[in-house]
Design a protein around this ligand. Structure first.
Ligand code: FMN
Length: 223
């Protein structure tokens, strides 16, 4: 098992998975540990749904049908400012171009770009997807922070055990479809999905690793 720091370095977004499932008791231990996340006043405002097996196949089919029909994503909340500030926009563009280049998809390859986007709605063929949410009727900015700690715990826990994951805003593109498939999720605001499983070693997309900014651009020491 990797240490916390080694897991942080090892984690990256995985976008191709083996079909073999993660053992149920491993997932249980992971979720138990992720739930140790801190939250303001210990409110623990998160809700977590695990979708797998035939239930995931059914969800995947409905998501792909919506995507293929050209339905616009309709997430329940806006992730980022729109438009993005120019600097963030430049970084978003850099990672977008970077992954296309890595996959050999050229600028004018519209079909290739659409096929890449479509992978999101298949959850990259992962055998499991977590859906993280909170109470749709009562949340603040900090609620998203608290829920983010659980998401990060899950990602780092998976990395520490040698599994891979991809956080997905795209996985909450169609909350109405999601709600239909998750009968126990009434009044849930879906925040993100987390596709996870064993990374497909042969898939070159899994080697893609965007750079990070140099520390001195965002880390400020005073005193
Ligand atoms: C909340 C969240 C949502 C994301 N949504 C998507 C997504 O829908 N599809 C995708 O391919 N990557 C998604 N990503 C992955 C980011 O593109 C990725 O984290 C970033 O480019 C840094 O790369 P790394 O995770 O490999 O270090 C998301 C990341 C986060 C944190």
């Amino acid at each position: 098992m990797l240490s916390a720091l080694a897991s942080m370095h090892a984690r990256r977004s995985i976008r191709a998975f083996e079909s073999a499932p993660v053992p149920a008791d491993t997932i249980h231990r992971l979720v138990e540990a992720a739930g140790r996340a801190p939250s303001s006043k210990n409110t623990q405002p998160w809700r977590l749904f695990l979708v797998q097996g035939p239930a995931l196949d059914a969800l995947r089919n409905d998501y792909l049908a919506a995507f293929d029909a050209g339905e616009k994503p309709r997430p329940a909340y806006r992730y980022s400012p729109d438009p993005l500030p120019p600097l963030w926009q430049a970084r978003a563009k850099e990672v977008g171009i970077g992954i296309f280049k890595h996959k050999g998809i050229t600028r004018d390859d519209t079909a290739g770009r659409r096929a890449h986007d479509r992978e999101n709605f298949k959850f990259f063929d992962a055998p499991h997807v977590f859906f993280l949410g909170t109470d749709a009727s009562a949340f603040g900015h900090g609620t998203f922070l608290d829920c983010g700690f659980v998401l990060d715990n899950l990602m780092l826990g998976l990395a520490s055990l040698g599994y891979g994951s991809c956080p997905q805003y795209s996985a909450v593109s169609y909350p109405d479809i999601l709600a239909r498939h998750l009968p126990n999720a009434a009044d849930t605001l879906f925040i993100a999905g987390l596709a996870f499983g064993t990374p497909k070693a042969a898939a070159s997309v899994n080697a893609f690793q965007p750079d990070r900014l140099p520390l001195e651009t965002w880390f400020h020491v005073v005193g």
